[in-house]
Write a new protein. Structure first.
Length: 185
């Protein structure tokens, strides 16, 4: 498998089921929006991240808490059902991988290439559009971007497309210079 990020078989199964249901119901837009909203909730809340990843909580506790969170966030339909089923099956920890796998599946369906971009700060719409155009010109295909922020990069970008990675981060450049300085001195 040459996707941007390797995902588990369980995540692939959940993502494929969600894809098929979204395709049958012509609900890609709603599912993508709800998945993006849920991914943002996980990124922004340490408590939710702990609920999703910790094996300490029972399936009932996870389901009860996740139902309340989804209701308050206005996330319903297929995504809410998927997350609740994952919680009930003690598989809530795979939901972030399911989101990645679903995005990759949709990108393939649309004939797009999926790219993962990590930057030190959130990219503006203008920069995202320019990056998409540059990748499209280089790859010859439309590109679906999955963006992440890692302040530790200091500056620059890391772009992963398939098995290829371009690391233009300031952190990597500084580490390379540090290594070169050690070899000289």
């Amino acid at each position: 498998m040459a996707e941007t990020t390797r995902v588990s078989t369980v995540a692939e199964r959940y993502a494929n089921a969600l894809f098929e249901l979204a395709l049958d119901g012509n609900q890609f837009a709603a599912v993508e929006t709800d998945l993006a909203n849920f991914a943002s909730l996980i990124k922004d809340s340490a408590d939710l991240k702990r609920l999703v990843t910790s094996p300490v909580f029972s399936a009932e506790e996870q389901t009860r808490a996740i139902t309340s969170i989804l209701d308050r966030a206005g996330i319903g339909g297929l995504v809410a059902n998927l997350v609740k089923v994952a919680a009930g099956n003690r598989r809530l920890f795979v939901v972030p991988e399911v989101i990645t796998a679903f995005r990759q599946r949709v990108a393939r369906h649309r004939g797009e290439v999926s790219a993962e971009v990590t930057s030190a700060e959130p990219l503006s719409a203008k920069h995202l559009a320019a990056l998409k155009e540059a990748l499209k010109a280089a790859l010859g295909k439309d590109v679906a971007l999955d963006t992440n922020v890692d302040p530790g990069l200091i500056g620059g970008l890391i772009v992963k497309v398939g098995s290829r990675m371009l690391d233009g981060s300031l952190r990597t450049k500084l580490n390379s210079m540090k290594l070169a300085m050690k070899e000289v001195g």
